[in-house]
Design a protein around this ligand. Structure first.
Ligand code: HEM
Length: 141
């Protein structure tokens, strides 16, 4: 459970991300695919070259969903219910990959928001992304 302070740190940075979801999300996916090649296997139908339109569009969806969930941070089970069904029942993404994506997203935030991404903000985001991931993998098996 995130404290009120941690929630504020998450929501605050979400405000700065919101206008740049495609670019930042696309970069997070580029880093994911470059550093953790096994994650590419879920996207055989995408052009996975760095900065491709597919990657940007999908990265935008991912970051927008993360921003939207922050607006419902106390009821994420409901807010993310459809996405949870999708990832568990249709996509069957191995749960370990969520940590890899969370790491890639945090790397992008650190690179683009060096002033805002203090150790405290980093810790809050780590907790937040773990909470989002926990909901998305909650319906497995
Ligand atoms: C689709 C969010 C983690 C693989 C999606 C969509 C969203 C999303 C918003 C689009 C759903 C739609 O079109 O209705 C997230 C979030 C994640 C996450 C918030 C974690 C924080 C992952 C991971 C993988 C993955 C770790 C695999 C490495 C996919 C795939 C699709 C998808 C393959 C379908 C792509 C397509 O064909 O358009 N995800 N996702 N997701 N996600 Fe995730």
């Amino acid at each position: 459970v995130l404290s009120a302070e941690e929630k504020a740190l998450v929501v605050g940075l979400c405000g700065k991300i919101s206008g740049h979801c495609d670019a930042l999300g696309g970069e997070a996916l580029d880093r994911l695919f470059a550093s953790f090649g096994q994650t590419r296997t879920y996207f055989p139908h995408f052009d996975l070259s760095p900065g491709s339109a597919d990657v940007k569009r999908h990265g935008g969806k991912v970051l927008s969903a993360i921003g939207e969930a922050a607006k419902h941070i106390d009821s994420m089970d409901q807010a993310l219910s459809k996405l949870s069904d999708l990832h568990a029942y249709n996509l069957r993404v191995d749960p370990g990959n969520f940590q890899l994506l969370s790491h890639s997203i945090q790397t992008v935030l650190a690179a683009h928001f060096p002033e805002e991404f203090t150790a405290e903000t980093h810790a809050a985001w780590d907790k937040y992304l773990a909470a989002v991931s926990a909901v998305l993998v909650s319906k497995y098996r």
